[in-house]
Design a protein around this ligand. Sequence first.
Ligand code: TRH
Length: 398
Amino acid sequence: MVRWDVFCRVIDNYGDIGVCWRLARQLAAEHGIAVRLWVDDVASLQRICPDVDATLEVQNCRGVEVWRWIEPFPDLVPAEVVIEAFGCELPENYMAAMAPSILQSTNHVWGRPSPARGEEVKRVWINLEYLSAEQWVEGCHGLPSPHPRLPMTKYFFFPGFTPANGGLLREKGLLAQRNVSQHNLAELWDRFGLPFPLSPETIVSLFCYDSAPIGNLLDAWAVSTTAVRCLLPEGKALEQIASWAGRTSLAVGDSVQRGNLVLHVTPFMPQEDYDRLLWACDCNFVRGEDSFVRAQWAARPLIWQIYPQQDNVHQVKLNAFLDRYCQGLAKEAAAALRIFYYNWNSGRRLDWDDFWQHRTVLQDHAMAWAGQLAKITDLASNLVSFCKNQISSKNSNF
Ligand code: TRH
């Protein structure tokens, strides 16, 4: 059996570990791969998967071996496939051990004798990149990058929205599960301990950075022509919202009512439950990378706050996504969507009613978009095929 090591450094927030955790679980569950996930901040993983024990150095969770990534890094036999997530830079001694070698012993740390003693170990080294809808990504997906000193090649693997790149994370059966849940919303709301929404109330989830014009949005909802119920997972944005509400603080379980808006502070949920929350809401405000993708699988209108980068590089990425997403969307709805995205991402005043008047069109489009994306092979399967090809290739650089 081929073994994989996935390396993840938590920079800030939950996106990096969110993506790596999903990937690791899917590789184990759907591809029968023995996965070690190396993460430097196990506490962040525990936030999205409470089954994880943040005090342990190593543990088995959901079919994945989770290891705390410590420095100095232990000397061990590297796996056959090494995933360096988001350019997180592998430990030097690990990288040196990755260079082509003849296996001296079958006594692996993992205890799985693969390959046989005396055989050359071929390894594949992947840099898993951030998601972008930009055109150039297609040209760079899968490109090799030889190591300047060691006889090894790293391959760039880009997630994306077209068959010309690595695809998006999508577990087997995810959309079927979503469909069942969306036809049984009462059960979903019950699960969250929230009352079943009264039509024509609009239910939104709000997951954002505190740089967003949150006060503006809440003001817009308070004067909205239709009632809005906002579910806000606890996080950094709470402080700003508390001050908007004229409170010293807000905590899980608190509610705020103003005009046509009711806001509930909900707990930060396990990843699977957060998915379900996205399925249940009429519109989802998401951020970063992973919640952004999950909101697309939810097939509901979404507002994306992109992770801000230096020199406004993120604006280009935002436009690239909008260009793809708006294809096939009615002109007026597309214009309203674009304006709302720009204002949300650049701190300007928001006109919720102007945007939400297109809700039916936006809803149909979100469903069509998810269907279109689902035709593309998912990221884990693409990654497995890519690595298999590299390993079996006679011209492999390993
Ligand atoms: O947390 P983020 O802002 O992560 C970001 C981005 O990934 C960005 O690209 C990266 O560079 C930066 O971190 C360092 O947003 P993201 O990507 O949506 O990740 C949030 C994760 O948290 C996602 O896996 C969903 C999960 N989550 C829960 O499990 N429960 C919850 O209640 C919520 C709100 C989120």
